[in-house]
Design a protein around this ligand. Structure first.
Ligand SMILES: [Zn+2]
Ligand SMILES: [Zn+2]
Length: 132
């Protein structure tokens, strides 16, 4: 007797003919990995992608723009935990602003807008406060 063949597995090849462009940058991930762990300030770190922040209905992949630095221990703990949002909440850490700051400070943008936010204050404020 022939064993009945197992039913053919459904086609699992996920074909995305036109994957939307997402921000990817190895340089940025290297930069992130140079940062201290968000939780314990230790280094060196892994770059962890904030999946909960960008997992929309389309199941889009997380762009490198939303990466934060976690040491190996905390990175593994987070992945083992499973509920990323709850993990961050439990630690009272808001990783999204951190990721955005890291992206803003990342060297991948080049030197074009360096030091534009540092406006030197006039040094003679005191001398102009004389009473009349
Ligand atoms: Zn850590
Ligand atoms: Zn991760």
């Amino acid at each position: 007797m022939l064993q009945p063949a197992l039913p053919a597995a459904p086609e699992t090849g996920l074909a995305y003919p036109k994957e939307p462009p997402r921000k990817r940058s190895k340089a940025h991930l290297l930069f992130v990995r140079e940062q201290p762990c968000l939780v314990c300030q230790q280094a060196p770190c892994d770059a962890h992608h904030l999946k909960f922040a960008q997992s929309g209905a389309l199941g889009r992949k997380v762009s490198d723009e939303l990466a934060v630095s976690l040491c190996r221990a905390h990175h593994e703990e987070l992945h083992r935990h499973g509920n990323e949002r709850a993990w961050w909440t439990n630690l009272q850490i808001a990783p999204l602003p951190v990721a955005q700051d890291l992206w803003a400070a990342s060297p991948v943008h080049g030197p074009t807008h360096s030091a534009t936010s540092i406006a030197p204050l006039p040094a003679n404020l005191g001398s102009e406060a004389l009473p009349r």
